[in-house]
Write a protein that binds this ligand. Structure first.
Ligand code: 13P
Length: 281
């Protein structure tokens, strides 16, 4: 059943847990994410990358994910991730996204606020808006090794209250040492900063770059009002490794694409189950 993203997140937080969100570049992965969530009886968020949503096929994928969310036996929300282009946001919502991350984190503070407010005016009150304060290092779609975020790019906790109240965002993505892609070495999250941020606002916080963050740290983050954690790299690299392993065998087996897709789905499901287990309440 399709559910408002903020409702999904706040009900998980009531139980001391966070909702995992998974980047889906394709429908096979999305089916696997929802199937694993149904087996676990837990809600999930399907993320669409902005480069995907900027194409006609990507908008059709969003429409398909909305249909999948409607048919799901557990709560599911569809979110456009990291968008800074208002047209891409409007197109994604018109195609079926319930929520957008209006990402002005690369902009100066006032311009970031202005972008989120423009997104609200354009998209209306029914669309759940996540905003981001502080910038994450790394690439959203490719897994290069990244040093944990530079201090200068981290969220400034002194700006949080003003940012949230002036933007009206329902969720706030933070930069506390998390990065997109692979961590070089161990992730080193700034717990003191996360705590400072958490006391500045009541809106749920979002931790991007969850791939590679140990289970106990994800649980600790949930206890500090982090209600949504975003995974891409681990899901994607797991699927790619499986496809590499299975490709020759399935070519030899009568060009068996159906069999190969089953392995793709199994790999994605296994990762989603692991992530749901990490966030078990
Ligand atoms: P990872 O690729 O590091 O898991 O981050 C995903 C993410 O934050 C998507 O928004």
């Amino acid at each position: 059943m399709r559910t408002r993203l903020d409702h999904l997140v706040s009900s998980a937080l009531q139980y001391g847990s966070a909702v995992p969100a998974f980047t889906c570049y394709d429908f096979t992965t999305a089916l696997a994410v929802v199937g694993a969530a149904e087996e676990a009886g837990r809600g999930v968020i399907l993320l669409v990358a902005p480069k995907t949503a900027a194409t006609r096929d990507g908008l059709r994928l969003i429409a398909a994910l909305r249909g999948l969310a409607d048919a799901a036996l557990v709560p599911v929300a569809v979110q456009l991730d990291h968008a800074s282009d208002l047209k891409v946001m409007a197109d994604a919502v018109a195609s079926g996204a319930d929520s957008v991350l209006a990402d002005g984190s690369a902009l100066p503070f006032e311009d970031n606020i202005a972008l989120v407010r423009e997104a609200r005016t354009l998209l209306g009150a029914d669309v759940v808006i996540e905003a981001e304060l502080g910038g994450l290092a790394g690439d959203e779609d490719r897994a290069f090794g990244v040093e944990p975020g530079p201090v200068a790019g981290m969220t400034d906790s002194a700006q949080v209250e003003e940012f949230v109240s002036r933007t009206g965002a329902e969720l706030l993505a933070v930069a506390v040492g998390n990065v997109h892609g692979r961590y070089k070495g161990e992730p080193q999250l700034r717990w003191d900063l996360l705590q400072d941020i958490a006391v500045q606002t009541h809106v749920p916080l979002v931790l991007h770059g969850a791939s590679g963050i140990p289970a106990d740290e994800l649980a600790k983050a949930a206890s500090m009002n982090v209600g949504k954690v975003n995974f891409n790299t681990e899901l994607r690299t797991g699927v790619l490794a499986t496809l590499q392993d299975q490709l020759q065998e399935h070519r030899a087996d009568g060009e068996n694409l159906q069999g190969l897709l089953r392995h793709w789905s199994d790999s994605a499901q296994a990762f989603v189950k692991t992530a749901l287990g990490l966030l078990a309440r």
